[in-house]
Design a protein around this ligand. Sequence first.
Ligand code: O7M
Length: 216
Amino acid sequence: MNVKNQIILALDVEEKNKAYEILDQTTEYLDTIKIGYPITLALGPSIITSIKEEYDVKIIADFKVADIDATNEKIVKTTLNYGADAIIVHGFTGEDSVLACKNMAEKLDKEIFLLTEMSHPGADKFLKPVSLDIAQMGVDLGIKNYVAPATKIDRLKKIREVVGKDSFIISPGVGFQGGNAKDTLQYSNAAIVGRSIYNASNPKKALEEIIESIKV
Ligand code: O7M
């Protein structure tokens, strides 16, 4: 996946007007949007289709899919048929669950991202001990796209080592959670940013500043 300016907007707002306002202000610089549960549960999954119709963007559906294979397959199929270009899938569920997602996405000519380790402190207890194994499972399954934390650069670096230089990593946690875009992009292909943009008094300016900070 190609991500303009290496920034993905996490559009975790719950009102359509607000979502469109943010998109109007940021799509000059962005071409990849992450749509998650907050906006989808508030507005319904057709928000994916609506955004795709009105903006020239790629949509990554962040539904952190984590069920048995048969259920995962249905979740992936329905989400991608709403127009999402890719869907984020948890890795801790294991090979059969992840493979069901990969196979369905490939059938629809779309992509999955495998979530390895998370950005919040609580993830250290259960996910950290297995995240490199999750990443290795992804490599063994032929997965090309990964999610790894911007808040834990040492972990991001290790995950990069496991998945290799040709894999595509996207990283949440820049800004509000304490991560820094420039440091993150040493090991990651794109930073995911939410609140620092959509809660800013001037989202366009906030985004411009993040993009500038990457260049210096
Ligand atoms: O910049 P923020 O903190 O407002 O938003 C970060 C976004 O990334 C938000 O949508 C989170 O749900 C998501 N996220 C994390 O913050 N940490 C993770 O470990 C994983 C994700 C994520 O996108 O998972 C795929």
